[in-house]
Design a protein around this ligand. Structure first.
Ligand SMILES: [Fe+2]
Ligand SMILES: [Fe+2]
Length: 137
């Protein structure tokens, strides 16, 4: 399986430093996980990184959803449904691997990269205008 390192690009920006930083942090954590898996030397760290990533994701969704509410964002319902969909898929993958195995990490990475990049490039971009109109940057 070939999973590439994620590189941050300006096209991912949503124009808000706090949120860009959170997205960048997720890229970095995914890359860290990728490195652990590729090196195959640090299995003992796998569980910790995966748990941290999942916790951070929850925190990130809460940050976005807090602004949706604050700005009365019209796309909130759809966007929250996408976040929920992500959580459900993640739970399904996790359930197949009660232990944090390397196989789990691979499947997780594949899913996360695909999801994160698509979500950032399409769904997150949709709130850009609304957040900017409320002076968030
Ligand atoms: Fe989002
Ligand atoms: Fe996001």
């Amino acid at each position: 399986m070939s999973i590439k390192k994620l590189e941050w690009e300006e096209k991912y920006s949503v124009g808000v430093k706090e949120l860009d930083d959170q997205h960048k942090f997720m890229f970095a954590t995914i890359n860290e996980l990728l490195e652990l898996v590729n090196n195959n030397t640090a299995k003992e760290y796998l569980g910790g990184v995966i748990d941290a990533l999942i916790k951070y994701k929850i925190f990130h969704f809460q940050t976005e959803e807090k602004y949706f509410q604050e700005f009365n964002y019209s796309g909130a319902q759809d966007h929250i449904a996408r976040h929920q969909e992500f959580n459900n898929k993640l739970a399904l993958i996790s359930a197949r691997y009660p232990e944090h195995t390397v196989e789990f990490a691979f499947e997780l990475l594949d899913f996360l990269e695909d999801w994160l990049v698509n979500h950032l490039l399409v769904v997150d971009q949709e709130y850009k205008e609304c957040f900017a109109a409320h002076g968030l940057k």
